[in-house]
Structures are given as structure tokens and as C-alpha cells.
Write a protein that binds this ligand. Structure first.
Ligand code: SF4
Ligand SMILES: [Zn+2]
Length: 116
């Protein structure tokens, strides 16, 4: 397991978790259950997510693992744009919302690790 990828997927999970906690309060939520490589990278994540956000996190993690760029640019500025249609717009919305949320809460440490 690569440390850099692990760090990025941890930040991704945290941002999606914040979004889901705030925006999808009414939805049914579950712990992630993912096997294989993606599951290994998300092993530390203890939060619960709705189905839609779980899929987004799994998709984003899978894309991060196979990202061909080294060093990796921020996804926002990447020319490859590997996210599937629909997921790309959703992850932008998540990062925008959760980024603002962290600023309001003064949690700038996590924001500094923000990689999108
Ligand atoms: S959008 Fe670009 S930088 Fe982001 S994971 Fe995909 S290929 Fe890598
Ligand atoms: Zn959600």
C-alpha cells in the first residue's frame, strides 16, 4: 500500500463523510463494505454513508489508486479527467461544500491536505 495514496483516500473519505452527514441527514446509512485493493485503502474509515456517497467514495478511491500521474496534479486541474460522468460533478460539489464547511469550523489542517 502506498502512503501517498492512503493519505489522499483518507482525505477523500473525510470530505465525502462531511458532505453526507450534512446534506443527507435523512437517508439510510451503512458502514462501507468493500473488498480488494479499494477496501484495503479504505480500511481505516469508520464513518457511515448513504448508498450514493458510498459509491462516490469507492469510485474516487479506485480512480486515485490507478491515477497515472506522478506527481499527481489536483483532479481539478488534471487534463485526463478520469472520473465517470456524473461522479465528476458530484465530487466537485462535495469538495466545494466540505471545504467551506471546514473553513467555517476552523479545521484548516484537513483542508491543507485537500488534493482535488
Ligand atoms: S482526475 Fe486526473 S489526477 Fe485525478 S485521479 Fe483522475 S487521472 Fe488522477
Ligand atoms: Zn450521502
Amino acid at each position: 500500500m502506498q502512503k501517498k495514496i492512503k493519505k489522499d483516500t483518507g482525505v477523500l473519505a473525510e470530505f465525502i463523510y462531511i458532505y453526507c452527514s450534512e446534506k443527507h441527514r435523512q437517508r439510510d446509512k451503512k458502514k462501507l463494505s468493500v473488498k480488494g485493493n479499494v477496501g484495503d485503502y479504505l480500511d481505516d474509515f469508520r464513518g457511515v454513508l448513504c448508498e450514493e456517497c458510498s459509491h462516490l467514495l469507492i469510485h474516487g478511491t479506485a480512480k486515485r489508486i490507478i491515477c497515472p500521474h506522478e506527481p499527481k496534479p489536483s483532479c481539478r486541474h488534471c487534463t485526463t479527467q478520469c472520473y465517470r460522468d456524473g461522479y465528476r460533478e458530484r465530487i466537485r460539489e462535495v469538495m466545494r461544500f466540505s471545504g467551506m464547511h471546514l473553513i467555517k469550523k476552523g479545521r484548516l489542517g484537513l483542508l491543507k491536505k485537500y488534493f482535488f
